[in-house]
Design a protein around this ligand. Structure first.
Ligand code: ATP
Ligand code: MG
Length: 316
């Protein structure tokens, strides 16, 4: 059975403060573990939308690893290249939210099992019709970058379209120049880029979302889907610009919304839908992603997403 969509990078569990405005530097309460990691959320959401999806990564041989692998397997994601690594713990992201909407992360990834992501076989990579890469994976370590760059070469060489979510976490970065350098090998092959407005600016060094997206389209990218949080999204190609309104929801936890959005976008393109429909499906997946506490808890099956798009009411 050929896979259609492959994502790769960090699989982590997320552990979050139960209250807002509660920093991470003192004893207090947490809730979790929630399955997380941008590319893992993406793969899970793509599988929920009805497409054969695989995730390349690594977990530890521990309970947090089981939490991740059990969820991915239950949701139909292929994990044959997501081994349990016996001498490393599963990656963890701690997060706390502030009432101004900002959040702060503390990551244990590079030296955890996630940082040991294996090379997948060429045969595995060559089946993909889309390979999804996240900037968060590129910022983990030199090793993660190498594994991602190789996969991009192989998959793109076999005709896959590369989608790239810069998904930049300031906590993992070493300045704008470093960021552009590590993203360049993926951007050079990317068909689709899925940034926020500020990420588009950071990637290009060009001010203004629209100008930055035009600069991205001066490269090989054919489609840019810009995430605008509660305002929906904009889609840019060389000859079109669409602003696509959001599906209003009560946002409970925005983390992971971007990855759900990405899955909707990639699935829409894979199905050959018009860009307007692609953006709507992505907006719906992103909006639903924000309605649940836990980054992967707002992933819903296709029927539920379509019902939400018709009726405007999130699933119970
Ligand atoms: P993350 O990186 O944490 O996964 P992000 O910052 O990349 O998230 P957002 O812009 O917050 O992504 O959200 C992605 C998409 O999800 C938005 O473009 C929009 O379509 C949808 N979305 C997110 N929040 C809301 C909201 N409060 N109301 C409606 N739609 C939302
Ligand atoms: Mg994002």
């Amino acid at each position: 059975m050929n896979l259609e969509i492959i994502a790769m990078g960090e699989a982590v569990v997320e552990v979050m403060r139960t209250e807002v405005d509660d920093p991470l530097d003192h004893p207090s309460t947490f809730v979790g573990p929630f399955p997380s990691g941008a590319p893992a959320i993406f793969a899970d959401a793509a599988a929920h939308l009805g497409h054969r999806s695989g995730f390349i990564g690594a977990v530890g041989d521990d309970d947090f690893g089981a939490c991740l692998l059990d969820r991915l397997a239950a949701d139909g994601v292929d994990t044959q290249f997501c081994p349990r690594i016996s001498d490393r713990a599963t990656g963890v992201a701690f997060v706390t939210y502030f009432s101004d909407g900002s959040r702060r992360f503390l990551f244990h990834i590079a030296h955890a099992a996630a940082g040991q992501m294996p090379d997948a076989s060429e045969e595995y990579l060559r089946q993909a019709r889309f390979l999804h890469i996240c900037g968060s994976a590129l910022s983990v370590s030199e090793r993660m970058r190498k594994v991602c760059y190789r996969a991009v070469e192989i998959a793109a060489g076999a005709g896959a379209r590369i989608s790239f979510d810069p998904n930049l976490r300031p906590e993992l970065l070493g300045g704008e120049e470093a960021l552009r350098r590590i993203c360049a090998p993926v951007l050079e092959k990317a068909y689709l880029v899925l940034p926020s407005g500020s990420e588009a600016e950071l990637l290009t060094g060009v001010k203004g979302t629209e100008e930055a997206c035009k600069a991205l389209l001066d490269g090989p990218a054919e489609v840019i889907g810009v995430k605008r949080g509660a305002a929906g999204c904009s889609v840019f190609t060389r000859d079109a610009k669409l602003d696509i309104p959001p599906y209003p929801v009560e946002a409970v936890d925005p983390t992971g919304a971007g990855d759900c959005f990405d899955a909707g976008f990639v699935v829409g393109l894979l199905e050959g839908r018009p860009l307007e429909e692609v953006g709507k499906l992505a907006n719906a997946c992103g909006a639903l992603g924000a309605t649940r506490k836990g980054p992967m808890e707002g992933v819903f099956p296709r029927e539920a997403v379509e019902r939400f798009m018709e009726e405007g009411v999130p699933p119970e």
